[in-house]
Write a protein that binds this ligand. Structure first.
Ligand SMILES: C[S@@+](CC[C@H](N)C(=O)[O-])C[C@H]1O[C@@H](n2cnc3c(N)ncnc32)[C@H](O)[C@@H]1O
Length: 472
């Protein structure tokens, strides 16, 4: 396999959200410029990186797999070289992230509705679009590779169509396509198109952000975050992590950042530290730092255990024990794994329990974390395909559950105790509106100061929301 050349002189990377400056990738055999579909007997083998990216994308689009889990698992199973795995990762994640935009381009280039194309062909064309428009793969390599992939994965009958549409996709760069497709759109649809989001998410951001910031907030979802670790207090320190090769976080006492796999650190392998977004750390630290009576702490919705792992150590530092509840038994197991390194008289306790029907006494806990299930609109930068998979309709049932969980959280708290209502979403319906609705019926609880809304573009965190309440 020989590395493909870049494509000098063509600035098709201006809106590349995935991997600025990346070029080339595995070559499509001896592809020549404008390589046309070949006969069955002359078909080149598909290069393993593109084949693996295609198979992982099929798992994402056909079987609801998560790109950031399905990709690494498949690339490891196929034993891709480091270079091929890096190419396949960018191809898969970048394609999944910009999928909605590429679909519009494929429809325009093909002159037909997406629904008239076979699902596997759509995925091949999405991968073609990403190579041509965002990865600087040379045209001849991208076209030839897509045709080969179509022949191998779908059949010879698909190669002519894939060839023709891929060539037409290559007629413009990404900025050119967006300019063309924006004609006649209103300002919000045009913003949705150029930031690669569905419109309902743009509307949700516009409701809670100053107009001048909406585009920056949406674009921030196109930048994968750097990996941040959190120490488990009492089990390791940031200085220990730095000794193992991590870098101190600029403003969080529990955090360090790391390049490469976190599992190369013994502290991570042994459960003394874990991967955690700085926003999640900030909401846990704020709950721990807010004055409250002495008494046990509760994490009401603990799975998979990120915040519980930090809270457990913070509780022990204050001479208290954390109880971590989680509805799903398999996720309760993950919580127990996250907490496995804690020992001693205040070691945390994990219970598989429905937080809306508490198995514990009311008025019992001094601090309660209610990190409720939500749309996850605040973590879009972590999950490439998520923005295209979520729907606003899911909010109705989520909001009902969120209100019931916040009600339980308040009832579980001792007088004077503190509740943190947290979502990884900035959507008003599941943030401040839930708190307003619940508080309207609860004269025994009050807000402790203004709510906090973190943002990737402002704070370098996921878009976490936190309201702090005190039980009267
Ligand atoms: C946003 S996640 C919590 C993330 C977690 N706090 C962390 O930092 O790792 C919400 C969790 O609530 C759980 N859950 C959903 N309904 C629940 C209920 N009725 N009672 C308790 N947990 C519930 C979900 O299974 C999910 O694991």
């Amino acid at each position: 396999m020989t590395p493909a050349d870049g494509r000098p002189g063509r600035d098709n990377n201006r809106t590349n959200p995935g991997n600025p400056g990346k070029r080339g990738g595995p070559s499509a055999g001896s592809a020549r410029r404008g390589s046309r579909p070949r006969g069955r007997n002359r078909r080149r083998p598909v290069d393993p990186a593109r084949r693996a990216a295609f198979d992982a994308l099929r798992a994402v689009t056909a079987h609801d797999a998560y790109a950031n889990l399905a990709g690494p698992a498949l690339f490891t199973e196929r034993q891709l070289s480091t270079r091929d795995a890096a190419f396949a990762t960018e191809l898969l994640n970048g394609t999944a992230r910009l999928m909605g935009t590429y679909d519009r381009i494929i429809e325009a280039a093909g002159g037909r509705k997406l629904s008239t194309l076979q699902a596997a062909i759509i995925d091949i064309l999405r991968l073609s679009a990403h190579q041509l428009l965002s990865m600087r793969v040379p045209s001849h390599a991208a076209v030839a590779a897509s045709v080969d992939l179509a022949g191998a994965a779908v059949g010879e009958h698909a190669t002519g169509l894939v060839y023709a549409i891929t060539r037409r996709i290559d007629a413009h760069d990404l900025a050119g396509w967006i300019e063309n497709l924006s004609e006649g759109l209103d300002a919000t649809d045009a913003l949705a198109l150029r930031t690669h989001h569905p419109r309902w998410i743009v509307d949700a951001y516009a409701e809670v952000l100053p107009a001048a910031e909406v585009e920056a907030a949406l674009q921030a979802n196109n930048e994968p975050p750097i990996t941040t670790l959190a120490v488990r207090p009492g089990l390791t320190t940031v200085a220990d992590l730095i000794d193992e090769g991590a870098t101190a976080h600029p403003d969080l006492p529990t955090a360090a950042t790391i390049a490469g796999s976190p599992r190369r650190l013994a502290a991570v392998r042994e459960g003394r530290a874990g991967v955690q977004d700085p926003g999640s750390q900030r909401v846990a630290l704020r709950l721990a730092d807010t004055g409250a009576p002495e008494g046990p702490w509760l994490d009401l919705c603990a799975g998979p255990g990120g915040k519980a792992a930090l809270l457990a150590g913070l509780a022990i530092e204050q001479g208290q024990r954390l109880y971590a509840a989680e509805l799903q038994p398999h996720r309760a197991v993950l919580v127990a794994q996250a907490l496995r390194a804690y020992a001693g008289p205040h070691a945390p306790v994990v219970v598989a329990a429905d937080g809306t029907r508490p198995a514990w006494r009311p008025n019992h806990f001094a601090r309660v974390m209610a990190d409720v299930p939500c749309t996850g609109l605040g973590a879009l930068r972590r999950r490439p395909e998520a923005r295209w998979r979520k729907s606003e309709q899911a909010l109705d049932s989520l909001v009902d559950l969120q209100r019931r969980l916040l009600t339980t959280a308040i009832e579980s708290t001792t007088p004077g105790g503190v509740v943190a209502y947290v979502t990884c979403s900035p959507h008003r319906r599941e943030t401040s509106e839930v708190v307003n609705t619940v508080l309207a019926d609860r004269p025994d609880a009050e807000r402790l100061g203004p709510d906090t809304q973190l943002w990737p573009h402002r704070d370098g965190t996921d878009a976490m929301f936190q309201a702090l309440l005190r039980r009267r």
